[in-house]
Design a protein around this ligand. Structure first.
Ligand code: F0G
Length: 482
């Protein structure tokens, strides 16, 4: 199907969540110049979207799923809800979005006690959900470059590994004046994640410390120098990541009754975007009710959990925490920059969906690893953060928080292969004590060398094949056909 690119253009504005100041989008802003607060981008013409009946929006988004127009293939299938200021020529599409929602096989659902599915964000081009936000942020950047005729744009980000992989990939694709610099905590991103910005040709800088240290440095750089910040402080990233919510709703035929979502929380950009996406769809009547949303954190990095643990809203105080090693390393963040956004949107979410509509749980490192291995032994491709979601679901079920007829959608935010080192540590029982993980025998696995190299040397090619086959047949206790 060859669809035309949408004609609708709206006016967007940055709104500071702390002081309410508003700024035009002609300039890149990350934090409020007046008070340092974080922004959301608001569509000033949002009410005009309400004139289109919800049924028409649903039909339009459904029909675009078959479009061959690349600008409408990915997250911009939901163009009008995301950034209806962009021109088709500025849109970058690398195959992001439209990720599969894969049901747990019956045997796994029975073990967990509820129907559930993983949404495989690892099937995005740089193998994590970050590509959604980068597609939007870089498309906007391309528009700025074109309009201002900039001859160099240095993009910078701090990262636990996935933001940098995505930023470097999109910068490499955009090319021309767009260059990528990433700042990583030395030794705290996995070798696979590190290989990604290196392979894309980014300038990779490391510092001793954790993600929170890197974040402070790039914030200082963004305030002081002419660089484009690509962390989720950049509100264009949030807009792109809203597409996760749109896809979950679309996949369930826009019916959110009996659906709950589990989302790992690190810097809290993702959960912000997901809430915002559902709230927008609800405001337009595209969905009649909100799903329930569970944020999940490790007990080793749980500032958002601690905030909501206090049941009296008047007594809640946000305190950053010092993180300790976590296998959900990509979410190992003690001072999430998007926390003010979470607080703001969770209020709205609860106003519409009720007190139970937004919750945060925290889970043990042991349970994260065990849940990931359990899922992957049932055919999933979950990363440790996806394991965190499954551990969160299991805990919520055990605590009686999930109704029998609820279906959970778990965010496997990255591909399992990015975190295979943690699986290696589990299988070889070599976790440093700080992780507090003891492998369970039933999940361990290792390769077996069936014939030694010395043995191989004594045999010719045919003898070797027969010998190895015999050894394997014995090892597997195979029954002869005769
Ligand atoms: N899962 C993965 C795989 C991540 O890479 C991240 C964040 C999260 C979950 C948490 O999402 O920060 O939006 O709450 N990674 C960032 C990075 C911090 O630098 O790649 P969040």
């Amino acid at each position: 199907m060859n669809m035309s690119f949408p004609k609708l253009r709206c006016r967007l504005e940055y709104v500071c969540l702390s002081c309410g100041a508003r700024y035009g989008i002609e300039e890149l802003h990350y934090t409020c110049p007046k008070c340092g607060g974080v922004f959301l981008l608001e569509n000033l013409d949002f009410d005009a979207l309400k004139k289109t009946p919800a049924q028409e929006w649903r039909a339009l988004f459904d029909s675009r799923a078959a479009s061959k127009r690349t600008a409408l293939r990915g997250i911009f299938r939901f163009y009008e809800l995301i950034a209806p200021v962009l021109e088709e020529q500025d849109i970058l599409y690398l195959g992001e979005g439209n990720t599969p929602i894969v049901d747990a096989p019956a045997s796994l659902a029975a073990l967990v006690g509820r129907q559930f599915a993983f949404k495989n964000e690892g099937q995005n081009p740089s193998a994590s959900f970050k590509d959604r936000g980068m597609a939007c942020a870089f498309s906007y950047l391309q528009a700025l470059v074109r309009r201002n005729k900039w001859d160099e744009v240095l993009t910078v980000c701090a990262s636990t590994g996935d933001t940098s992989a995505a930023a470097a990939l999109y910068a490499a694709y955009a090319g021309g004046p767009v260059k990528s610099v990433v700042l990583l905590p030395h030794g705290k991103v996995t070798p696979q994640q590190l290989s990604q910005p290196l392979g894309s040709g980014a300038t990779v800088l490391e510092l001793p410390g954790v993600f929170d240290d890197c974040m402070k440095v790039v914030e200082h750089l963004a305030e002081t120098y002419r660089v484009a910040l690509l962390n989720s402080k950049n509100a264009w990233r949030i807009l792109g990541q809203e597409s996760y919510a749109y896809e979950v709703a679309q996949w369930h035929d826009w019916d959110m009754r009996h659906i709950c979502l589990f989302v790992p929380v690190g810097n809290a950009g993702n959960i912000t975007a997901i809430m915002n996406g559902f709230l927008k769809m609800h405001a337009l009547g595209i969905i009649a009710s909100l799903p329930r949303l569970f944020g999940v954190q490790s007990t080793h990095a749980d500032p958002v959990f601690r905030y909501y643990e206090e049941s009296d809203p008047a007594k809640r105080r946000f305190e950053p925490v010092a993180v300790t090693p976590s296998v959900a390393q990509a979410a190992m963040i003690g001072n999430p920059v998007s926390f003010p956004r979470v607080r703001y949107l969770a209020e709205k979410f609860k106003e519409i969906g009720g007190e139970e509509a937004f919750q945060v749980v925290h889970v043990e490192e042991q349970d994260i690893m065990d849940a990931m291995l359990l899922a992957n032994r049932h055919g999933h491709i979950s990363c440790t953060q996806g394991g965190e979601c499954l551990a969160g679901l299991r805990l919520a079920v055990a605590q009686g928080r999930i109704a029998k007829d609820e279906r959970a959608v778990l965010d496997a935010t990255a591909h399992s292969l990015k975190f295979s080192g943690f699986q290696d540590m589990y299988f070889s029982d070599s976790f440093p004590p700080a992780y507090e993980i003891t492998p369970r025998k039933e999940y361990m696995n290792k390769p077996e060398l069936v014939v030694s190299p010395a043995e191989k040397q004594t045999l010719n090619e045919q003898e070797f094949t027969i010998h190895v086959a015999n050894v394997i047949a014995k090892r597997l206790n195979l029954q002869s056909k005769k």
